[in-house]
Design a protein around this ligand. Sequence first.
Ligand code: SAH
Ligand code: SF4
Length: 400
Amino acid sequence: MQLPGLIDPVPVPRDLPARADGRTAVVGLTRSQLAAAFAAAGVPGAKMRASQVWHWVYHRGATDFAAMANIARDTQALLAERFVVGRPEVTTAQVSGDGTRKWLLRFADGEEAECVFIPDADRGTLCVSSQVGCTLNCRFCHTGTMKLVRNLTVGEIVGQVMLARDALGEWPSGPGDNVLEGRQLTNIVMMGMGEPLYNFDNVRDALGIVMDASGLGLSKRRITLSTSGVVPMMARAGEEIGVNLAVSLHAVTKEIRDEIVPLNKRYGIDELLAACAAYPGANNARRITFEYVMLKDKNDSDADARELVRLIRHYRLPAKVNLIPFNPWPGSAYECSTPDRIARFSDIVFQAGISAPVRRPRGRDIMAACGQLKSASEKIGRAELDRRAAEKEAGWTAVA
Ligand code: SAH
Ligand code: SF4
């Protein structure tokens, strides 16, 4: 079934675009791909070099082969000739009054995506994008209004984590450096721009790199993937990625969810909750988070709260609910529920024994809060859009 305004993701993985200088970017290659690329380039002791480079790049944050002290000079030179470590270019960096930071990244093809860091007393969370734009057009989400959509590559996803570490100054300078102890960036949420399960392979490989113990080393318990409900990919997400799952539920009736999350017309609430109940790894210690954006007079009644409780019980879900006050954006069609209404909704869910905290909006002043992300990538000419449409076969999607 083809929904109006919704273009299916192209399942064919896209090859990395060749760099103009002919070199291969290291960030974004899996360990085995890195070893194979070194072997193909004639790097002596390719497998061993790959382990060393991996450590320098992901553990120490090195961006220059010349700094990799345990690699011989002539090998460093060979590596520099054929490879580049690589980072996305940051075109704008903003800091909110509440400490939230937002980076606008520009990739090699000129397209842009945003990435947000949210510091808290006991943790710091990086909100990572998986696509430029999003095909899914949820009615309350700014990203969904972007016309241009493409999947981010593995390197572009991992690159967001790398540049956050750069910006926060969190690479250890050497073995005795205890920067690791006091790091601000402790958690990652795949909740930036895009639907991560529509870019499954790249998100899986990127998170694999982020979780690699001898590199960035983030535990799967500190990573959360949020989906708007791409049911057919959820089991694989549990098996092949294994991180915490968040599901953007936002409504408990077909009528309202069809309106605000159009993907619901394809995968309805019951199918979605059944997939949650079957999610590998979900249990009382690792609960599924249901995200629920509070929209005035739309999904915020007492009856909605009670139905939410009923559904969670019916499917016996190990669940917690995150109530997200709606974050407005220019032209948005909804209003945020009143604080009293949100508090009442939260109470009803809490009284049923289900945790339902209200999320404090962060970074609203710099348009960095949930659902406010939108880059200028849509401001691209008609001819360019047509060209991109022609590239669909290669794994790109353009929505006219
Ligand atoms: N595409 C994925 C992940 C990115 S969105 C998903 O939809 O789950 C991250 C969260 O922000 C989702 O729960 C999304 O529904 C919510 N969100 C989107 N627009 C919002 C807005 N304007 N105000 C508050 N939350 C919003
Ligand atoms: Fe896409 Fe998520 Fe926004 Fe919906 S809420 S349009 S799935 S980014």
